[in-house]
Design a protein around this ligand. Structure first.
Ligand SMILES: C[S@@+](CC[C@H](N)C(=O)[O-])C[C@H]1O[C@@H](n2cnc3c(N)ncnc32)[C@H](O)[C@@H]1O
Length: 262
């Protein structure tokens, strides 16, 4: 494999495979979502605040649960993803539930909608599929007017260092980790092999990308748990998942930032 477009194609195929598994999973609880539950978690709900009437660009929207949760909250929302399988489910779900949202199929790093929005939002497992976090910030900046806001909630890059089964470096090369796993991070799909390319980005990569993208950081927080149960995690309190092996320690599991376009 060589070249960024090849890596992106590997990941697109991976996310097309993951979509069917995820839609059927308990992890994403589609029946609960369709019955009215929000898929948004307390961290981003607090950071986003009241989105009624606001235009929101949701980057890497997967099969649309968060996008449609924002629509239910009264936002005018556009979801972007490069997985055609995911966006097909997103559109079908919107139609079934009578919710309004626009879905755009695009490699996020090539996105140029030719318009700006009030808020760009992305969450939980977005930056690692991309070789260039500075390019991602430029895409976010391109879609915001001066004073527009970016809200990003991510898994903390330090948490992967404590995963006993996958020793990784914190500082890294520009080459991705190319891994084949059976199944996904959800339940189900145990007969499906999925190859994907992953780039680790340090916190300083993210903060420098923000600065060079023309943003002013207005909030940065780190959290001692994840709202999603990833591999090796147990629920220590309702909706709070932590690495079981390290349950005695308070480790950073997620971080969030809000930034204003200068
Ligand atoms: C872990 S999911 C994001 C989770 C999301 N917050 C949710 O609610 O499910 C990562 C998403 O990034 C998308 N993605 C990965 N690389 C991409 C790229 N280059 N362009 C657009 N979407 C991409 C995948 O298709 C996937 O839907």
């Amino acid at each position: 494999m060589s070249g960024q477009d090849d890596y992106i194609e590997v990941n697109r195929a991976a996310w097309n495979l993951r979509t069917e598994i995820h839609v059927a999973s308990d992890f994403y609880d589609m029946p609960g979502f369709k019955a009215g539950a929000t898929s948004l978690k307390p961290f981003e709900l607090r950071l986003l605040g009241d989105v009624t009437g606001r235009s929101v660009l949701h980057l890497q929207c997967h099969f649309g649960q968060d996008t449609l949760s924002l629509s239910r909250m009264g936002a005018k929302v556009t979801g972007v993803d490069f997985s055609d399988a995911a966006l097909q489910v997103a559109q079908e779900t919107a139609d079934e539930l009578g919710l309004s949202a626009q879905f755009v199929l695009s490699d996020v790093l090539k996105l140029d909608l030719g318009k700006t929005v009030d808020t760009v939002f992305a969450s939980y497992g977005v930056l690692g599929w991309l070789p260039d976090v500075a390019a991602w910030m430029q895409v976010a900046a391109r879609h915001l007017p001066r004073g527009g806001e970016l809200v990003l909630v991510e898994f903390h890059p330090l948490i992967w260092l404590f995963d006993q089964n996958a020793p990784v470096d914190y500082f890294h090369s520009s080459e991705p980790d190319v891994e084949t796993q059976t199944g996904s991070y959800t339940d189900g799909g145990k007969d499906v092999d999925i190859t994907s390319c992953y780039w680790d980005h340090t916190l300083s990569d993210v903060l420098e990308a923000l600065r060079s993208g023309g943003f002013e950081l207005t909030l940065f927080e780190e959290y001692d748990h994840s709202p999603y149960p990833l591999a090796g995690m147990v629920e220590r309190a309702p909706g709070e998942f932590v690495l079981e092996d390290r349950i005695q320690q308070r480790l950073p599991h997620c971080y969030a930032l809000r930034a204003r376009k200068l």
